[in-house]
Design a binder for this molecule. Structure first.
Ligand code: ARG
Length: 292
């Protein structure tokens, strides 16, 4: 399958993928900021209020249940403070075959997390596909599906390596548009691109190079740039369009208005404890199109 810096054809000509029916989240019991591997964590070591974090996480679970996702929860591990960011350890193929690609985390602190997801998926009857050794790849933190299609966008430069994308595209058998990330506030693709519907995505202009911006506009004719402060402070682009709703950190007023204008129902949540670690709604779950 092609990996492209400039899309050769419209994502709308790609085959459909399975709809969002389930989500996996990881229990926040041992979530904290214990080390600094992104700009947001700096100054926040040991500062997470565990009680507040659990309440915010539980509220997000309830939002997903209310909009009709089946939510499964992974057990926490006392040695893995970032396990709660369930978007990062894997990437589901979404072709109806119960397969996922396992990540190879960039940071040593997070590498053991992947085994937990492997065990979870194997129990659920999923097949886990492996990239070749030394293919640094951070799952749905850096790769997003086009709404409704088997056509993917991959961010690289801070976590995921460009060289991982060729074998990745072969595994998922879908076109992958490679987008170079250039601003360390937007270290994962899901911090700076949020596909809303087949024609519209929210994105952060500062996060991409010119080729990336051209690709985003080619794939999303109605793409809208989010004010950089809303994306950095409020993690607006970590908001997710799911089952007719846009679930996003409270206070992202510009992004919420765009989502409303696209016909989505906006659901605001509070994720302040997780923002201390550089994560919000999108980072805290992974969506599947196959029942668990
Ligand atoms: N502290 C985590 C890290 O830096 C946050 C991960 C956020 N996840 C995401 N999908 N952007 O790895």
């Amino acid at each position: 399958m092609p990996i492209v810096d400039r899309p050769p054809f419209r994502p709308t000509s790609a085959p459909p993928r399975t709809p969002d029916i389930a989500a996996v989240m990881a229990d926040p019991e041992h979530f904290d900021v214990e080390y600094v591997i992104n700009a947001y964590m700096d100054g926040h070591i040991g500062s997470v209020d565990k009680v507040v974090a659990r309440q915010q996480w539980q509220d997000l679970v309830q939002v997903f249940l209310d909009i009709g996702l089946d939510v499964s929860v992974l057990r926490a591990d006392e040695h893995l403070a970032d396990l709660v960011f369930a978007a990062n350890q894997s990437f589901p193929l979404r072709d109806g075959t119960r397969r996922v690609v396992l990540s190879q985390m960039a940071m040593p602190q997070r590498r053991p997390e992947v085994a937990h997801f492997r065990a979870f998926y194997e129990d659920a009857g999923f097949e886990c596909l492996e990239l070749p050794p030394n293919s640094v790849f951070e799952g749905m933190g850096d790769v997003l599906w086009h709404p409704g299609r088997r056509f993917a966008y991959a961010g690289w430069g801070f976590r995921t390596h460009r060289t991982a994308l060729e074998p990745f595209a072969d595994l998922i058998q879908a076109p992958v548009v490679a987008l170079r990330l250039v601003d360390d506030r937007f270290y994962h693709l899901d911090t700076c691109l949020s596909p809303l519907d087949e024609r519209c995505a929210l994105y952060v202009r500062q996060a991409f190079d010119d080729a990336g911006l051209a690709a985003i506009h080619a794939c999303f004719p109605d793409a809208v740039a989010v004010p950089v402060q809303e994306a950095a402070r409020g993690f607006a682009c970590n908001g997710v369009s799911v089952r007719g709703h846009f679930v996003v950190q409270r206070g992202c007023t510009f992004s919420a208005e765009v989502a409303r204008s696209r016909g989505l129902e906006v659901v605001e949540v509070e994720t302040s404890e997780f923002l201390k670690s550089g994560g919000s709604v999108g980072c805290l779950h992974i969506r599947l199109g196959e029942a668990l």
